[in-house]
Ligand binder design. Structure first.
Ligand SMILES: Cc1ncc(COP(=O)(O)O)c(C=O)c1O
Length: 346
């Protein structure tokens, strides 16, 4: 048995999802004629309280199109120090938007409003003008941290008072809203509350929701016209892509309600590893468990040989992510893998 805990991006489409995809109604989406894409864009925009949606292949493209829409070359954007566009988007903001990135230090991915307040410099000919503030929720490298909607609103109030636009990287916003669940009404209200302070929001279907491909950028209609042009410029105008949008719609119906199980399994893994003496970071709020150890690549390699896959994100830090294809047996298998490691691995 192999349990793959490297990321929730490793999920494979379920049989139900594959069947839905096979039957999807499609058209040429660059002509705006794919009914399945159009329906998904409208559905997700409504779920997040925005006027329009734009279906894109990846979370990276959704973030980068948002940054391009909300800035001009030479601007500065403010990000928490662990944010995805800084660490994992190949320097795209510099190339595509010509902006500089200013990193602000948070705690487990969460900024203090005063840090944002102090980061915005008074207008001066020497400075790149700060134009955009981005939040990531859940905060991936922060530990899968869920930032409460009230805290996010306070952060965005500070940014707006300083004249900045606001973008939410909500690749795992579904997980954040699930924490406010468990019932679907509470999740729906939470999604709206989390998205409300932002001009634009990106969400992914290809992480815990289990779709093979697909992200969405939502925001005001006029801005989305610009976004559609930038998507085309980046080569993201796709044709009969309803076949993928159908997978995403299926994921919202069938897999969004299951995210709470991923969170429960992450907590079970975290507490069992803690009991065994592993240096687990703070209790997981969502689906990620981070563990400190002396030689993370070595531990990851030893676990791999025992059929447990994890990511060494730094020399002293590994990440384990629960998802659609990790059941209770998978968690037990992962724990057995840790148990088989030498005590010195801790
Ligand atoms: C927080 C966050 N934002 C954006 C992305 C980018 O998504 P993609 O891999 O679809 O480009 C990821 C990917 O894991 C992520 O974790």
């Amino acid at each position: 048995m192999i349990v793959d805990l490297r990321s929730d991006t490793v999920t494979r489409p379920t049989p139900g999802m594959r069947a839905a995809m096979a039957n999807a109604d499609v058209g040429d989406d660059v002509f705006g004629e794919d009914p399945t894409v159009n329906a998904l864009e409208a559905r997700v925009a409504a779920m997040l309280g925005k006027e329009e949606g734009l279906f894109v292949p990846t979370g990276t493209m959704a973030n980068q199109v948002a940054i391009r829409c909300l800035t001009e070359p030479g601007d500065e954007i403010l990000l928490e120090a662990d944010a995805h566009p800084f660490h994992y988007e190949a320097g795209a903001a510099a190339v595509i938007s010509g902006v500089t990135i200013r990193l602000l230090q948070g705690v487990r991915g969460v900024l203090d409003p005063d840090v944002v307040r102090q980061a915005v410099r008074a207008p001066n000919v020497h400075h790149a003008p700060a134009r955009l503030f981005c939040v990531e929720n859940t905060a991936n490298r922060g530990g899968g941290t869920v930032i409460p909607a009230s805290h996010v609103a306070a952060l965005c109030d500070v940014a707006r008072a300083a004249g900045l636009s606001c973008h939410l990287d909500g690749a795992r916003l579904w997980n954040a809203a699930t924490v406010d669940g468990p019932d679907s009404g509470a999740v729906a209200r939470s999604l709206l509350a989390h998205a409300a302070p932002f001009d634009t929001v990106s969400v992914c279907f290809s992480k815990g929701l289990g779709a093979p491909v697909g992200s969405m950028l939502v925001g005001p209609r006029a801005l989305l016209v610009r976004a559609r042009r930038f998507r085309k410029m980046l080569g993201g105008g796709m044709r009969q892509v309803g076949i993928l949008a159908e997978a995403c719609a299926y994921a919202l119906d069938a897999h969004l309600p299951l995210l709470g199980d991923d969170h429960r399994r992450a907590r079970a893994l975290w507490s069992a590893l803690g009991e065994r003496g592993w240096a687990v970071e703070g209790e997981p709020a969502s689906n990620m468990v981070y563990v400190r150890c002396a030689d993370a690549p070595g531990v990851a390699a030893q676990l791999e040989s025992r059929g447990v896959r994890c990511l060494a994100l730094a020399w002293d830090r590994i990440r384990l992510v629960t998802h659609l294809q990790v059941d209770d047996d998978g968690v037990a298998h992962a724990l057995a893998g840790f148990d088989a490691l030498a005590g010195s691995a801790r």
